[in-house]
Design a protein around this ligand. Structure first.
Ligand code: SAH
Length: 213
């Protein structure tokens, strides 16, 4: 039986966790609190786990990789699209610290409810706002965001997300097909957009206006 410490130690040794702050937060947020009861024994294994309505919680190495690419700093405002279990949102809330804020959007009501329940157990829940809605539209009310994390696969970068990204902001998003995508990091500098690629990934599809129909 693995535990949280051994999961994190392994992610450090295989190079997915690179920074001290991501390591600290992955140790501070217990993944077991977010996975469904029936697969709790698998919580510390490096594999994606089923949620409900055909949705999944990403594997820990993917969670770590995305957090490292996002380069979240203390006090930032972060938008997440695809709340799922709430695990990633709770980690983001740890990274932004007490001066920061996390808005996370989920489109399936049952999944949103599941996450709201789990996020009550997140030690940083006071910094998190969980919204039910179509995240391909972003969440204009609290824009701009210093960082945007998308945890579902989009056909392309949704224009509203690009608009709501702050100048000098970063977005990490899987872009491509409904099964496989490429992990992309978008950097916005004035009117210039720079894209970097980080390999093939497999996320559940982003549905909605700027997602898949
Ligand atoms: N970050 C999550 C994993 C997310 S799985 C975690 O830590 O557990 C991807 C989620 O994206 C699913 O719950 C799915 O319902 C959601 N999703 C798909 N399209 C969406 C959209 N347009 N807006 C918001 N959420 C969406």
């Amino acid at each position: 039986m693995q535990n949280l410490e051994s999961m994190v130690r392994r992610l450090v040794s295989i190079g997915y966790i690179k920074s001290e702050r991501v390591k600290r937060c992955m140790l501070a947020v217990d993944r077991a609190r977010f996975v469904p009861e029936r697969c709790r024994w698998e919580a510390y294994l490096d594999r994606p786990l089923p949620l409900m309505c055909g949705q999944t919680i990403s594997a820990p190495h993917m969670v770590a990789l995305m957090l490292e690419l996002l380069d979240v700093e203390y006090g930032m405002k972060v938008l997440e699209i695809g709340t799922g279990s709430g695990y990633h949102a709770c980690l983001l809330a740890c990274l932004v610290g007490d001066g920061g804020r996390v808005v996370t959007v989920e489109r399936i009501p049952e999944v949103h409810e599941y996450a709201v329940e789990r996020l009550k157990r997140c030690p940083h829940s006071d910094r998190i706002r969980a919204v039910l809605g179509d995240g391909s539209l972003g969440f204009k009310e609290e824009a701009p965001y210093d960082r945007i994390l998308v945890t579902c696969g989009a056909p392309d970068v949704p224009p509203p997300l690009l608009e709501q990204l702050a100048d000098d902001g970063l977005m990490v998003i899987p872009v491509g097909g409904t099964f496989f995508q490429e992990l992309i990091r978008v950097r916005k500098k004035g009117k210039k957009i720079r894209k970097e690629r980080f390999g093939d990934v497999a996320f559940v599809p982003m549905m909605g206006k700027y997602g898949w129909r």
